[in-house]
Design a protein around this ligand. Structure first.
Ligand code: 3UK
Length: 548
């Protein structure tokens, strides 16, 4: 291992103990990186050095930046960080902004200068910003001025925080003013080790405190050279667009890593609800789009009259992509959505197949460079066709920042994602549920998502979540929370119709014995259904019933 460039050794000091690391595998030649490596030099500087600086890199409603223009902006911010703000290699810098070219430039600048970027979701409130600030011992923040309110409220929550610098998007903004010095135009990338941490991504914390996952310079390239190169296969003429925030590693990959690795363009929009997203695909002629299954479903209802024929590849991740959504999208657009499972711990997608090989309803096969297995409770492989826990290893993997939960996610050198899967004899993986989302009713194991997919095939259902509700007789019963489409009524007749529909679609014992109609499902900021919230609701109503 070559020497770290970090003068501030905080991340190295807080990596998990070696015996709790996953085993890293570099089975493809393209995954063997030199010992000295700065990912921003590879993702950005390389294009200018090879005479391709004029290519379009970032597109937003306000501005378009070539690779050369982005490099200059990154250099100016890197100079501000190191010369005006006293950042040294290894310092963590918290970043807060909606997706925009400036947000992307700030993130790249921190890493180019040898710092550790800690991006945060724009929707977080003060209390939630306080957590990463304190946990990652952050002294410096770069923030979009529009998010100043909550940022200022978070300030007192961490004793470590020394300085917040805002940008405004105007020439006279605080950061913009600092960036203006003529000599700040160039900046040589910090000569980091391939194994220096450059990113701490916090999990969205569906349960418990968020976990800070630490990633090396080489990890950011490894996801491009595994999933990007072998499954997504973009080319330089592609224009990427997506809805997740840059602070979610699903978004980081799609918005920045994959396009910049191949010299393609990235379209960054601040609001990515279905209407804005569709309008932007149309306006900027996006060719690759990435978002969550719920968004594909929402967009499907709005495709009429839209011209999105520029699209050639669509990626879905975050939650399993139901077969019904895959089929409907294929019928409407002719595109076979690329489902892929990734995690913040693994950085990006590790199971997923190219459109030439993928199968409706399956996540796909292990991404080249990764090995994935389905195992029993003791970690032994189960035969194809058997349900068990998903484990994976490859060039990236879980390294939590000072967190005892490391030994839960990593066991015997394998990353254990917490998902229940079945692998078939062709090596395709079929998602069942989050391991803790399995419903045990009268001794049967029922995967909530399977019941959800059955419900989603009914025309009256817009969205739904299925969990176990405590039941005196059966231990648990299957309970569905359903959001109906506009114009539908959640009455007894509807309940009966939905129950009948499920009974005729999957094994009858899986049908929801209770159905409750709600306005909206509880979701994380990364768009995932919060089944534990539904479980809490189910437990409370069950209690009320007993009490009354
Ligand atoms: C679930 C999926 C079934 C699964 C992510 C792509 O979602 C991402 O990261 P998170 O840390 O959550 C990880 C968990 O989400 N999941 C994700 N994708 C799928 N389940 N099918 C899928 N296709 O429970 C996993 O353990 O928020 C996704 C890239 C980067 C990411 N961080």
């Amino acid at each position: 291992m070559s020497a770290s460039a970090h003068l501030d050794t905080f991340t190295a000091d807080n990596l998990p103990p070696r015996d709790a690391w996953p085993e890293f595998r570099f089975t493809l030649p393209e995954l063997r990186y030199p010992e000295r490596l700065n990912c921003v030099a590879e993702l950005l500087d390389r294009w200018i050095a090879s005479g391709k600086g004029d290519r379009t890199c970032l597109i937003s409603p306000n501005e378009t930046l070539s690779y050369a223009a982005l490099q200059e902006r990154v250099n100016r911010i890197a100079n501000v960080l190191t010369r005006d703000l006293g950042m040294v290699p290894g310092n963590r810098v918290l970043l807060r902004a909606p997706n925009s070219p400036m947000a992307a430039a700030a993130l790249l600048a921190v890493m180019k200068a040898g710092g550790v970027a800690v991006p945060t979701m724009p929707l977080l409130r003060a209390r939630e910003i306080g957590y990463p600030l304190a946990k990652a011992k952050i002294a410096l923040v770069l923030c979009d001025g529009r998010l100043a309110d909550d940022m200022e409220k978070a300030k007192p929550l961490s004793a470590e925080l020394k300085r917040i610098v805002y940008w405004s998007g105007e020439a006279n903004g605080e950061l913009e003013t600092l960036m203006r010095k003529p000599s700040y135009e160039s900046f040589t990338a910090c000569n980091t080790s391939a194994e220096d941490v450059c990113l701490i991504a916090f999990t969205s914390g569906t349960t418990g405190e968020p976990k800070g996952t630490m990633h090396f310079h080489r990890d950011l390239l490894a996801t491009c050279d595994s999933y990007g190169r072998h499954v997504l296969r973009p080319d330089p003429s592609d224009r990427f667009i997506g809805s997740p925030p840059l602070a979610f590693t699903f978004g980081l990959g799609g918005h920045l890593l994959f396009p910049l690795r191949v010299g393609a363009a990235s379209i960054l929009i601040e609001r990515a609800g279905p209407d804005d997203f569709l309008a932007a695909i149309e306006k900027f002629r996006a060719t690759i789009c990435f978002t969550a299954p719920t968004a594909y479903r929402a967009i499907l209802g709005k495709l009429a009259g839209r011209r999105i024929s520029s699209l050639r590849k669509c990626v879905s991740a975050g939650e399993a992509l139901p077969r019904a959504t895959f089929d409907a999208w294929l019928a409407a657009t002719g595109i076979r959505i690329l489902d892929g499972i990734g995690s913040t711990e693994m950085l990006h997608i590790f199971i997923g197949s190219p459109e030439t090989e993928n199968r409706a309803g399956s996540t796909g096969r292990a991404v080249p460079g990764y090995e994935a297995h389905v195992v029993d409770d003791d970690g032994n492989d189960v035969p194809p066709g058997t349900v068990g826990h998903l484990t994976v290893r490859g060039p990236t993997g879980c390294r939590y920042l000072a967190d005892a939960r490391q030994r839960k996610y990593v066991q015997r050198g394998w990353n254990i994602t917490g998902d229940t899967y079945m692998m078939d004899s062709d090596g395709y993986f079929w998602y069942q549920a989050r391991s803790d989302d399995m419903i045990v009713s009268s001794g049967y194991n029922i995967a909530g998502p399977e019941v959800e997919y059955a419900l989603l095939m009914h025309a009256a259902v817009a969205e739904c979540g299925v969990v176990g509700a405590p039941d005196g007789e059966r231990g648990m019963i299957v309970k569905a929370y359903v959001v109906l489409r506009a114009g539908e009524t959640g009455d007894a007749a509807m309940t009966k119709a939905l129950q009948e529909h499920v009974r005729s679609t999957v094994a009858p014992y899986k049908y929801p014995r209770a159905i409750e109609y709600i306005e909206a499902l509880p979701k994380t900021q990364t768009g995932k259904l919060q089944r534990f919230e539904l479980r809490k609701m189910a437990a409370t109503t069950a209690g009320q019933k007993i009490a009354s």
